[in-house]
Design a protein around this ligand. Structure first.
Ligand code: F6P
Length: 359
């Protein structure tokens, strides 16, 4: 029997579709156990800032409102990368905040970075924690899927459907730049779903001449348009990042590779005009897909089950089509999961005629 009476829940890192469906699942499952649920606002900020920012949540917050069906985070989130105070100061204030609220445990909805940071805070503060993976990048280790990825793929695939129609009207090769940071999962899945002709991902080197050859062969086949997907983390052909912009803590802010490609392709080939669409943060929104809602509900329910069973410092995962959980330290140790250039996704793309870089 668990001694838990009150839990906290927070969303951390970049938002994505499905976060509210996770919050609803946790709130419903926890309140059925008679626990109180405190929603912590703006990620860890809600516990490290003063006054503390939180809201007591009940199933009513979600049962009679559109919230669980919407993207964004009801609670607000925090990109931890922009925090400038020391870990020591923050974890101390975090622990004091959690104790002031009387939290027995915390459910953290976040990506690999958040699992690392928040599990550290919780460890130092002696707070039990269960993690739920979410990210449009799908780069959280061990889990095959994170909440938000499927919806982001749908947003990109829908964009490609739209682009192909206008590309056809104007003899164009349209370039879609998608997010994903250093991982090409979002680009590759979207390119396959959206039936693109070229897909460039950070994990696989490419040649502009090979892209041009692919465009020439499309033209020779009688088609007057093409679709190119490029992941924001792809570097120029010479291996340099396009963007020199950095955020407050010196991390590269990605973006711009689409324009580089457009210019380079046009220098070599004029039959198809190129134009660039950068989807940007629309990929983090969109109507949460059925898969993301199902995943959100299973993850939320399992997180509460784990807390009830006294199994903490765990992250719930979806692996080989079943629900499971792993030690968070192991998740953190594995780092970011990149797209495997030998994966079935890349293989299928190549076998169906997509140029995905050099073998
Ligand atoms: O990690 C999610 C993500 O959307 C990345 O794909 C992207 O590079 C980054 O966040 C953008 O972050 P921000 O919202 O800070 O611009």
């Amino acid at each position: 029997m668990s001694d838990i009476k009150r839990i906290g829940i927070l969303t951390s890192g970049g938002d994505c579709a499905g976060l509210n469906a996770v919050i609803r699942a946790v709130v419903n499952a926890a309140s059925l156990k008679g626990w109180e649920i405190y929603g912590i606002k703006f990620g860890t900020d809600g516990l490290t800032n003063r006054p503390l920012q939180y809201e007591v949540l009940t199933p009513d917050n979600f049962s009679n409102t559109p919230w669980p069906r919407l993207s964004g985070s009801y609670l607000g989130s925090l990109n931890s990368g922009v925090k400038l105070e020391s870990m020591e100061t923050l974890s101390k204030r975090f622990g004091e905040g959690a104790r002031e609220l009387g939290l027995d445990a915390l459910v953290v909805i976040g990506g690999d970075g958040s699992m690392n940071i928040v599990s550290n805070y919780c460890h130092k503060a002696g707070i039990r924690m269960v993690g739920i993976p979410k990210t449009i990048d799908n780069d959280t280790p061990i889990t095959d899927s994170s909440v938000g990825f499927a919806t982001a793929c749908q947003v990109c695939s829908d964009a490609l459907d739209s682009l192909t129609l206008t590309a056809r009207s104007h003899n164009r090769a349209l370039i879609l730049e998608v997010m994903g940071r250093d991982a090409g999962h979002l680009a590759m899945h979207s390119a396959i779903a959206g039936m693109a002709d070229v897909c460039l991902v950070p994990e696989i080197p490419y040649k502009i001449d090979a892209i041009v050859d692919r465009l020439k062969s499309i033209k020779a086949s009688g088609r007057n348009h093409a679709l190119i997907v490029v992941s924001e983390g792809v570097k120029r052909e010479d291996g340099q990042h396009v963007s020199a912009a950095t955020n407050k803590i010196g991390e590269t802010v990605y973006g711009g590779i689409g324009q580089y490609l457009s210019a380079e392709i046009n220098k070599r080939y004029k039959e198809f005009q190129t134009r660039v669409t950068t989807l940007g943060h629309t990929q983090r929104s969109g109507n949460p897909s059925a898969f993301d809602r199902v995943l959100a509900t299973m993850f939320g329910a399992r997180a509460v089950e784990l807390l009830q069973a006294g199994k903490t410092n765990r992250m719930v995962v979806w692996k080989n089509s079943s629900l499971s959980d792993y030690d968070i330290d192991q998740v953190v140790k594995e780092g970011t999961t990149l797209l495997d250039p030998k994966s079935d996704y890349v293989k299928a793309a190549r076998l169906t005629g997509m140029y995905v870089g050099e073998e």
